[in-house]
Design a protein around this ligand. Structure first.
Ligand code: NAD
Length: 213
């Protein structure tokens, strides 16, 4: 039976992992649910509820062992194995992502780029090679690609997503401001920084209380 955890919980588990990674770097040994909640912007009660999924027992008074909980969460989130990724659309955003140095503890290997523009294919625009979209099925197998970072224009997003699905990719990180139709076995995560701006605008209004959680 596949595990099922609500998507909103997964987002919080990722936030806890980020806090725990920082604490481990600072050589902090223990963290309470109060401290973890404060750093992640949620209540201690929520932390305890979420961490039931991680099978990391806390000790009353001392809290969780940082290193142990970080390992458990990494494992739960599937971050103890490598994931191979490709950037689809090597334009302005695609090239910026190709050069991004912080994909996190080597779980994510961004291996290559794809494009349809002949002036980009075969060129070293960044540290990544750029292949033609026609080569996608072959390269997905050869490079054992799992994930696509989709950075094509909106008008090309659905057709590019169709090609990704046909080539066997199971995860799409969608930077295009459009909703993609994909079959149920394919997971799409939307990156929408304008949504962040809208949240900011809401909280900056004079009659709105500062954010809690
Ligand atoms: P861009 O025009 O600079 O780059 C798009 C690239 O996609 C080009 O190299 C083009 O040849 C390639 N392409 C077009 N059709 C393709 C296809 N079918 N398969 C593969 N490659 C294809 O655009 P950009 O500014 O990098 O933006 C890319 C996407 O990201 C857009 O949807 C945009 O809305 C979104 N976005 C951009 C930014 C930004 O800051 N530039 C920020 C957030 C989101």
């Amino acid at each position: 039976m596949p595990r099922s955890i609500p998507s909103i919980t997964v987002s919080r588990l990722v936030a806890y992992l980020r806090v725990l990674t920082d604490l481990e770097l600072q050589q902090v040994d223990y963290v309470t649910s109060d401290e973890l909640g404060a750093a992640a912007g949620v209540s201690a009660h929520q932390v305890r509820k979420d961490l039931v999924h991680a099978e990391a027992p806390g000790t009353r008074g001392r809290g969780y062992t940082v290193a142990l909980l970080r390992r458990e969460l990494s494992s739960l989130l599937g971050l103890t194995r490598p994931w191979n990724a490709a950037i689809i659309g090597m334009g302005r955003l695609g090239q910026a992502l190709a050069d991004y140095p912080y994909y996190g503890n080597s779980s994510f290997n961004v291996k290559t780029g794809f494009d349809i523009d002949p002036s980009k294919i075969g060129q070293r625009l960044t540290s990544l090679p750029v292949y033609a979209m026609d080569e996608l099925p072959q390269r997905v197998k050869e490079l054992e690609l799992d994930i696509a970072l989709l950075t094509v224009p909106v008008s090309a997003a659905q057709s590019a997503a169709n090609s990704l699905v046909e080539a066997g990719l199971r995860g799409i990180l969608n930077f295009t401001p459009t909703v993609l139709a994909v079959p149920p076995q394919v997971r799409v995560e939307q990156v929408d920084f304008v949504a962040g701006l809208k949240r900011l605008a809401f909280y900056l209004q004079p009659d709105v209380a500062p954010a809690s959680g």
